[in-house]
Ligand binder design. Structure first.
Ligand SMILES: [Zn+2]
Length: 195
């Protein structure tokens, strides 16, 4: 660390460091804004620092947008490990393109963005961008090597068979379903393929 005498202090960096330490010391505990504000040193910019921890450093800080059991203004860090940097190096445009191409649906479990997760109804489905061929195996950050993947699958928590159903088995399931469920499916398909 260099001595910064003569320079203006950098409160933002200091408060982000304090907030990071506070989150890491309180993994799994729901915290509210007033606690985070005081943890950040009482600055009014604490919420921006939280966003930086999330967007720039990749900490998976959850809010009511991610989890149905969190109230607005509540924050929760469940895992200490940030998302890998490569997952965040992908441009906003590429992310948007891949999510749209994948119908805002997790390509592993079929969960839809913003809806309760099928395997954990307390969580709203939040989509990330994953690699088809892993970076460590030479996979690229091109859209052709990217897919939408939900946070549950991303954490490896969805311990389920993740293969696409075969068409003949799918049709059997659909034919056996109630008329009401078939109609719901029809509406979903019509909405997906409209235009
Ligand atoms: Zn998933």
């Amino acid at each position: 660390m260099t001595n910064q005498s003569g320079q203006a202090p950098k409160p933002s960096r200091g408060s982000r460091t304090k907030l990071r330490a506070h989150f890491l010391a309180n993994i799994g505990r729901v915290m509210d804004g007033s606690e985070l504000r005081s943890a950040a040193g009482g600055i009014s910019e604490w919420a921006r620092r939280v966003r930086e921890l999330r967007n720039e450093e990749g900490f998976q800080i959850l809010t009511h947008h991610d989890r149905a059991d969190l109230k607005p203004g509540e924050y929760l860090l469940e895992v200490a490990k940030p998302q890998p940097a490569f997952a965040r190096a992908i441009s906003k445009e590429t992310r948007a393109f891949v999510l749209d191409r994948n119908g805002f649906t997790c390509q592993m479990c079929g969960a839809v963005a913003g809806e309760p997760h099928p395997y954990d109804a307390t969580r709203k489905t939040r989509l990330h961008i994953g690699h088809v061929i892993d970076k460590s195996m030479g996979g690229s950050d091109e859209a052709s090597n990217l897919k939408a993947i939900c946070s549950v699958c991303n954490e490896g928590a969805a311990n389920i068979t993740l293969q696409r159903p075969e068409l003949n088995k799918l049709l059997v399931q659909v034919r056996r379903a109630t008329a009401a469920d078939q109609l719901e499916l029809l509406r979903w398909l019509q909405n997906k393929f409209k235009a």
